[in-house]
Design a binder for this molecule. Sequence first.
Ligand code: NAP
Ligand code: GDD
Length: 344
Amino acid sequence: MSAKRALITGITGQDGSYLAEFLLDKGYEVHGLVRRTSSFNRQRIDDLYFKKHKDAWLHYGDMTDMNSLLHVVSVCKPDEVYNLAAQSHVQISFEVPYYTALSDAIGVQNLLESIRILGLHSKFYQASTSELFSGAPGEAPQNEKTPFKPRSPYGVAKLYGYEISRIYREAYGFFVCNGILFNHESPRRGSNFVTRKITRGVVDVVQGKQDHIPLGNLHAHRDWGYAPEYVESMYLMLQQPTPEDYVVATGETHSVREFAEKAFAHAGIEVRWEGEGVEEKGIDTKTGKAVVVVDPQFFRPNEVDHLCGDASYAKEKLGWQPTVTFEALVSLMMEAELKGEGTL
Ligand code: NAP
Ligand code: GDD
């Protein structure tokens, strides 16, 4: 029997790189969509499989360019499509809302339309997100039935992606699943997301390369899991007899402040907090120096305050369950950072 073919958009990103490895290990032929960039941005996939793996292929294209998607889908004829490509940074979406809508909303439609026009029967995974929820107090834990009320251009673009995916499922009988994934992190996380910013910042403070880490909202709570475990849930969704949408989360929530405390503790620095609002500082109890300061440039115009997911449906139907705890996640990210193993 010939190998199953998967097309992964966003293969150069955190999740795409882990998913590519996961599917290659399962014997898939993996095709990835990559953008032309003037500086090389394939470090997450290059050292892994793509220099040498016979079943891995890269194709140029862009989610905003329907021609390129039609071409790539027609060449690959994928059994499964994992649509992970997105302008995925929430704060940046306030600065580039139009582009975010093009790539994260219209891009999803472009890809679904390509499959439909070509008359293919590819199963489709859509990277939906806990940013669909408002994060309002009293709403958590969020599950598949919690109402959506996004708070950012990113969230609303993703809401379009979620709904257009559901519509292709209902209208055309497509096998489409939305994975409503809560935050998931790893040493391959982009360094402008808060967890990686903190782990890199701690190492830079320890090595004397910077005095402190400037952060935004320290109170925000996130349900942080470990990315390699989350990509398995994407695969599992597409192996079910019927297409459905699933929340994927740990069920534990922690503040940005707690993440910073744990990361510093891993490096042997105890932090105590002083002041309030923009004056709040994390102080190294031994030296008395500020190692965390609040910088308003990292505040968002609108914030999702509290995310904590209820993944019991994914556990029941997919048998999916996370194993990496918050403490273990901080430790493994710090260990990788101290060894210089994180993605730049
Ligand atoms: P990421 O590291 O930011 O990777 C995003 C990927 O999308 C990169 O490969 C990027 O390519 C590609 N991309 C962006 N715009 C594109 C476009 N117009 N055309 C083609 N490719 C484009 O994101 P991630 O953390 O792996 O997340 C994967 C997906 O899951 C995203 O859709 C994200 O919104 C969603 N999600 C993530 C989380 C999370 O906690 N990580 C949670 C829920 C949902 P370049 O390398 O060229 O920039
Ligand atoms: N990035 C960043 N930088 N965030 C900060 C900072 C900072 O300096 N200081 C505080 N935060 C807070 C943000 O305000 C937010 O409440 C929280 O830390 C997490 O921010 P990010 O790590 O940027 O992630 P996110 O939750 O906004 O979005 C990520 O998770 C979503 C799923 O809930 C992204 O991966 C999205 O693509 C994903 O959909």
